[in-house]
Design a protein around this ligand. Structure first.
Ligand code: AHG
Ligand code: MN
Ligand code: MN
Length: 337
């Protein structure tokens, strides 16, 4: 797909245009998205030179997920909390790297909650493979920011007012939605701006890629195994066999499949009985994006955005991507194929 940059539209001017088109995308949400874009520039600055700074490698700690935390995880987490917290627009935050919720020190008008995965794909940090940041924004349930609580962070994904991700790859791309389509921006470091490069992203209704960690084959249930075997069969009429593409960074696998078509599956396994990926700051934000782009996102049967969260770091199986591919995967999971 050749992207023609017929005119340079910065993310800030795009947000202003969107506000005129959709008044319900109020100035507050626009400010929040600008905050997130700003914070991602700070993360990008370190990601693109992680090999040089002293932040490469393990921080020697483990997070609430029981995973080794790499220094860039911590750095990205701090950057996002500080950069966004100081603007006082979020009353409360939930991060993959923090066991419990975060109440920013300075909070003037924050009527919103931010859930985020500061650095997704951390197993790839030291080997120069694309990583990302994923974010999800909710309006507080009540009207008093001073009373913001965990309950404001545990809303169904369908209540999100905005979500998105930044992928730090061969180029840095920010993709977001407020429920009015999906739009992508490419960072131009020569001017320090995100420029509109992927307006109104729509994902193909079926693809040619499937993404799953086949190393977990022994842990997969029968339906998942039969689905993967189905994708490998020769049948030109249904575009099979699909090609496998699995990077190990959800944002990178999701972004590729969003643009080209395909399906990403992280199912329940023996090791991760509820799947590995986290509902609040991985599955929900990407599910909102995916549905807005015409795709589908479920846990193998239930719509991701309808799952009622019980806890901040809860996990879910995730089947996400082209609608026809996800529906086929679901048929195998429920045994009707
Ligand atoms: P994070 O780095 O934020 O913990 O996320 C890693 C996730 C996701 O990015 C990726 O799709 C998945 O872990 C890979 O898991 P496996 O190595 O088990 O396949
Ligand atoms: Mn992640
Ligand atoms: Mn992470």
């Amino acid at each position: 797909m050749i992207l023609t940059m017929n005119k340079l539209i910065t993310i800030e001017s795009h947000f202003l245009q969107q506000q005129k088109l959709y008044p319900e995308v109020n100035a507050e949400v626009t400010d929040l998205l600008n905050d997130v874009a700003f914070a991602s520039k700070l993360v990008r600055r370190e990601v693109v030179r992680a090999g040089l700074g002293d932040i490469l490698g393990l921080a020697g700690t483990t997070n609430v997920q029981g995973e080794e935390v790499k220094k860039l995880d911590l750095f990205a987490n701090e950057q996002i909390i500080n950069a966004i917290g100081q603007h006082g627009r979020f009353a409360i935050m939930g991060s993959e790297e923090n066991d419990s919720i975060i109440i920013p020190p300075k909070n003037e008008t924050g009527n919103y909650a931010l859930l985020f995965d500061p650095l997704d794909g951390s197993s790839n940090i030291d080997v120069n493979v694309s990583v990302g940041t994923i974010f999800s924004i909710y309006r507080l349930k009540g009207d008093d920011p001073g009373k913001a609580s965990l309950d404001d962070c545990l809303q169904n994904g369908a209540e999100q007012v905005a979500s998105g991700y930044v992928i730090y790859g061969s180029s840095v791309v920010l993709v977001y939605t407020t429920g009015h389509g999906v739009h992508g921006f490419t960072y131009d470091p020569t001017i320090g701006e995100f420029l509109l490069s992927h307006p109104n992203i729509l994902t193909p209704e079926s693809g040619k890629y499937y993404s799953i960690n086949e190393g977990s084959w022994a842990q997969l249930n029968d339906g998942t195994k039969r689905y993967i075997d189905y994708l490998k069969e020769e049948d030109p009429a249904t575009g099979r066999p699909y090609s496998t593409r699995y990077i190990g960074s959800l944002v990178a696998d999701f972004h590729r499949n969003l643009l080209t078509g395909g399906v990403f599956v992280y199912p329940a396994t023996k090791k991760h009985k509820n799947g590995k990926l986290r509902l609040m700051y991985e599955a929900n934000p990407l599910a909102f994006i995916c549905e807005q782009a015409g795709g589908r996102a479920t846990d193998g049967s239930r719509r991701i955005l309808d799952i009622k969260p019980e806890e901040l770091h809860q996990r879910t199986p995730l089947y996400i991507g082209s609608v026809k591919d996800v529906l086929t995967a679901e048929e195998f999971e429920k045994g009707s194929r």
